[in-house]
Design a protein around this ligand. Structure first.
Ligand SMILES: C[S@@+](CC[C@H](N)C(=O)[O-])C[C@H]1O[C@@H](n2cnc3c(N)ncnc32)[C@H](O)[C@@H]1O
Length: 191
């Protein structure tokens, strides 16, 4: 396991477990990356993962093989999901909206493809609520974006609100930099 994976398990692992380990049925992992979320999902789910990067998807395939799990992985833009309305019992996504050109559009798409009785679960990162850390993030925002394509001063709650989604439960941690959400679908459109 790489050092980055170890760090993720220590820092974010318990949050992934907390938000993702009780989903069931057909589950969509939006911007699944290398498949870091997969190990936290129940074995029984029907897993579909999408990402815009073929390279990430190929790593995610390896992750599935390592875990001995089945799943469908598709190259797709989170802002324009190629699924009919109400296709999934749960839509999950981690550390993703900071990289989308239009995060509000992506959240509305997650809402659209989730069944009304389903659930949307997010783990997002953003600006710290500790002033010196936030100042550092602001100072380094442009170089950080240029290097990694990540807007780390984003405010996840503002984006969720802007998408019109109904937050069922939320919590923050890691100096306010990580926010997790349980969202009730149907808030972001007029279905
Ligand atoms: C920071 S990684 C997070 C990956 C994974 N969810 C995790 O928790 O480790 C962000 C991911 O978003 C993907 N991504 C960026 N823009 C995207 C888009 N428009 N549609 C789908 N995936 C996108 C990237 O390819 C990358 O895999």
């Amino acid at each position: 396991m790489s050092r980055l994976e170890w760090l993720d398990r220590i820092v974010i692992g318990r949050r992934r477990r907390h938000r993702f380990s009780d989903v069931d049925g057909r589950v969509l992992d939006v911007a699944c990356g290398t498949g870091t979320n997969f190990r936290y999902l129940p074995e029984t789910v029907e897993l579909v993962g999408i990402d815009i990067s073929p390279e990430m998807l190929s790593n995610a395939e390896e992750q599935l093989a390592d875990l001995g799990r089945d799943g469908t992985l598709l190259e797709m833009d989170a802002q324009d999901l190629a699924f009919p309305d109400d296709s999934f019992d749960a839509v999950i996504s981690a550390l993703s909206t900071c990289t989308f050109p239009d995060p509000v559009a992506a959240l509305r798409e997650m809402d659209r493809v989730c069944k009304p009785a389903g659930t949307i679960r997010l783990i997002e990162h953003g600006r710290s609520d500790v002033r010196p850390i936030a100042r550092f993030q602001e100072w380094r925002a442009d170089p950080h974006y240029a290097k990694s394509g990540c807007r780390w001063t984003q405010e996840p709650s503002e984006i969720v609100d802007e998408a019109g989604l109904s937050i069922e439960e939320t919590d923050t941690g890691l100096f306010g930099m990580i926010t997790t959400f349980e969202i009730t679908p149907g808030g972001g459109d007029d279905r």
